[in-house]
Ligand binder design. Structure first.
Ligand code: ZN
Length: 785
């Protein structure tokens, strides 16, 4: 009896451990070997910078003037470039990103398009409009003494040849460059997407608002794993830049307000006494203080000064420089105190035209402060003295300053989409200060290293702003539609920026969600948060690579994540684990008092459900043995399932042979369930199984992903419960991004779903009916009452 039980368990164990002789080289658990570069003295196997780690440095002294009549930028710069590398450099590369809007730009040449019956005017404009005379006009390239240096412009890059090679480790060279360019219209889709900055013209008041980005010739990065990173700027792969100190003098119309990277050096010369007083007050205020009010800005829109003013800024240890300027700017600021920060208070500030109110006035600076607090908690204390949000028609990030969209309707109402879009873009763009402005990854190569990590932290900031915040990325379920779609329009996260299909899903949504799954489901918050902070801290003000991130996350947490990086970052597999089958094994106790009533009930139920038995009961009033007693004997009244004295005696003898432990198990009444899983999506993931018991209670078991280590296609596991289970649910809280949950439940249920009836194909949810936003509807309802 006990023996048959033992055999049963043994059979189960066999099924669990019988791997199908997999080739270990193909296992999803094989360590990341050739995929990662060999560790060296620059970058260690632990993921930390090595003892010989080095990087270059570029310091800038720039004078720039904005011509508000012609929308032109004129600049002169002195770059002091320091060779930290152990190599002599006989030429250096400078980035000329404005050339992305040069009429001859490769970006235009390599943009693919097709004509179709519904080609829009915008598309047509993008194909035909070559009238804009964009790109850098380089006036000169000289050395420190003013002597011309030979240079070659290669599209968005410029090589400058040095008369004598820069000495390893210590060499310095001074470059002087003069240039100008026509500023592009930021609203023009043919020009704006790739240039990032530009001007916006407001026809109602005839004023311009400028956001200046990639506006000066900038040093390219030379490093230990690329040499010179001079991959052309085609529009998607952003910027990789060395750190340095900047002094920038910005000359603009005297009624403009300038928002710029760094700390204003001549506030007394450019601000009025009243503005200066308000600015000082904002430093100790716990809510935003208005320095230039909407009324003041609106008044200036009409007068338009013809004189000029120069705003002087200094910024230390930044990798880039951007600024905004306009007479339309409203300006508010608030001091933020952060534990351990180098600057206290840090000035959180916002600059925006009246068109951005009331949203920006209420939320922008508060959102900047919130971002600094949340990101600092998860990485390192924000090291810069200011953090600025500037309202502009699309979002983009630079050190200490970013340009963000989010404009209400003209009546001051706005939809929830605009409100949360505005908040999220401020969290996101301010968050970019951490990745990649400080943790300075190579954006031209890997978009995910800044956008993915930043989108993950943006999710943390959103969830710490409001409990039911409608986050776009982060929750596992948010990435399912992308990951379950056609593989021919996906590529792995580890794909060069320019070759990414579905940019937002691939480089923002998927890595952000993967990191959140690591934090909440695979590693747990304690291990994840420590490792993520360690990565951020190690690589602050340095240039990390993907391997440095992957290695640090493992090294600091003690969790083997090679399978996770391999599956989520190097493939387009998705998560689809199916709970194929559940087999219940009941234990035969051999106790006649327990087992025989079960057998009796089973026999009775079988008989009563038999179709012939039922039909005869209906059709035949009597049968032979009922009509004729002579046909009956002992067995007509005998029930083989009656417990007899000899049954009991036999059972007592059997029990005597058992040890107390065996006896306990026999009497425990436990339930044995064999669960068979198959991996249909490819990604191995932990198994999270909810047991819904017949009595209405439930329990959840977490099985690590390593359950797939011997066989990543099929696994079985036996679970023993005290109570009978009514239903098994895999991933009950939808935390693994499983793309098909219909196979997660056993027994299978009916999956509720809805379909929409469209009036006509492509008609949208309400067939293109105009919609008022909820604030407008509420106002209308209020007026009626
Ligand atoms: Zn971003």
């Amino acid at each position: 009896m006990m023996r048959s039980f033992s055999i049963l368990l043994l059979a189960c164990l066999c099924a669990v451990s019988s791997a199908f002789g997999q080739n270990t080289d193909q296992s999803r658990f094989r360590q990341l070997g050739v995929e990662l570069p060999t560790p060296n003295t620059y970058r260690t196997a632990s993921g930390a910078p090595g003892e010989d780690y080095w990087q270059q440095r570029a310091d800038y002294d720039i004078k720039v003037e904005i011509d508000d009549e012609k929308q032109r930028l004129y600049g002169k710069e002195t770059i002091t470039y320091t060779n930290g590398s152990p190599h002599p450099l006989s030429y250096i590369w400078v980035q000329l990103d404005q050339n992305v809007v040069h009429p001859n730009s490769d970006t235009y040449k390599t943009t693919t398009n097709k004509m179709n019956e519904r080609t829009t005017l915008t598309q047509l404009n993008m194909m035909t409009d070559t009238s804009f005379d964009g790109g850098f006009k380089i006036d000169y390239v000289r050395d420190a003494t003013g002597k011309a240096l030979p240079y070659v412009i290669h599209k968005t890059m410029m090589r400058v040849d040095l008369p004598t090679a820069l000495a390893p480790k210590t060499g310095k060279v001074v470059l002087q460059i003069g240039w100008w360019y026509n500023i592009n219209d930021r609203q023009n889709p043919a020009l704006s997407a790739d240039s990032r900055g530009g001007y916006e013209f407001f026809p109602e008041d005839g004023n311009y608002l400028y956001t200046l980005a990639q506006w000066f010739p900038r040093m390219a990065v030379y490093d230990d794993y690329n040499g010179w990173q001079h991959k052309q700027f085609l529009g998607k792969g952003e910027f990789t830049l060395p750190f340095g100190n900047y002094t920038v003098a910005i000359t603009v119309p005297s009624d403009h307000v300038v928002a710029a990277t760094g700390v204003l050096q001549n506030a007394k010369e450019v601000l009025s006494a009243e503005q200066l007083r308000r600015f000082e007050a904002s430093k100790t205020s716990d809510k935003p203080v208005v320095i230039v009010s909407q009324e003041e800005a609106t008044a200036k829109e009409k007068t338009k000064a013809t004189t000029k003013k120069t705003w002087i800024y200094k910024a230390e240890n930044v990798r880039d420089y951007a600024f905004g300027t306009s007479r339309k700017y409203i300006w508010d600021a608030m001091g933020v105190k952060l534990d351990g920060a180098a600057h206290n208070p840090i000035m959180a500030m916002s600059y925006y035209p009246k068109e951005a109110n009331p949203l920006y006035g209420q939320y922008s600076t508060e959102a900047v402060a919130h971002t600094l607090r949340v990101y600092s908690k998860h990485t390192f204390p924000y090291p810069y003295p200011v953090a600025i949000s500037v309202e502009a028609s699309n979002g983009m990030e630079y050190p200490m300053i970013c340009f963000n969209y989010g404009r209400p309707e003209k009546d001051g109402t706005y939809s929830d989409r605009i409100k949360y879009g505005m908040l999220s873009v401020v969290f996101h763009e301010v968050g970019h200060n951490f990745f990649p402005m400080i943790v300075n990854s190579d954006e031209r190569q890997w978009t995910w290293m800044d956008e993915g990590l930043n989108s993950f932290c943006q999710f943390l900031a959103e969830q710490e702003w409001q409990r039911d915040y409608p986050s776009g990325s982060g929750p596992a379920r948010s990435i399912i539609p992308y990951m379950k779609a056609d593989k021919s329009v996906q590529n792995p996260i580890m794909t060069n920026s320019e070759s990414i299909i579905q940019f937002g899903n691939n480089a923002y949504g998927k890595p952000a969600t993967a990191l959140n799954i690591l934090r909440e489901t695979v590693m747990g918050r304690e291990l994840f948060d420590f490792a993520f902070r360690e990565y951020s801290r190690r690589w602050a003000f340095k240039h990390p690579t993907p391997a440095d991130f992957f290695r640090t996350m493992e090294d600091a947490s003690g969790v083997d994540l090679d399978w996770f990086w391999r599956g989520w970052f190097y493939t387009t597999d998705n998560v689809d684990i199916s709970l194929d089958k559940v087999t219940e094994f009941a234990l035969d106790t051999k106790n006649p008092d327990l087992e025989k009533p079960v057998l009796a009930a089973k026999a009775k139920s079988q008989l009563e459900n038999d179709v012939t038995y039922q039909a005869n009961k209906r059709d035949l009033q009597t049968v032979a043995v009922e009509r004729n007693p002579a046909l009956r004997d002992f067995y007509n009244s005998y029930d083989p399932n009656t417990v007899t004295a000899s049954d009991k005696q036999r059972y007592q003898q059997y029990v005597q042979t058992l040890s107390p432990k065996e006896r306990e198990l026999l009497e425990s009444g436990k339930h044995f369930y064999q669960l068979d899983f198959s991996n249909k999506g490819g990604l191995v993931m932990p198994l999270i199984i909810k047991f819904a018991f017949e009595d209405g209670t439930s329990m959840v078991k977490h099985i690590p992903a390593e359950i797939w280590k011997l066989n990543d296609k099929e696994v079985s596991k036996v679970f023993v419960t005290d109570k009978p289970v009514a239903q098994f649910i895999l991933d009950p809280n939808e935390e693994t991004a499983d793309v098909d949950t219909s196979n997660n439940v056993f027994p299978r249920g009916v999956t509720p779903s809805r379909f929409e009836l469209f009036k006509q194909q492509g008609g949208g949810r309400f067939g293109g009916m105009p919609m008022e936003n909820p604030m407008q509807q509420a106002r209308k309802a209020e007026q009626k009452n």
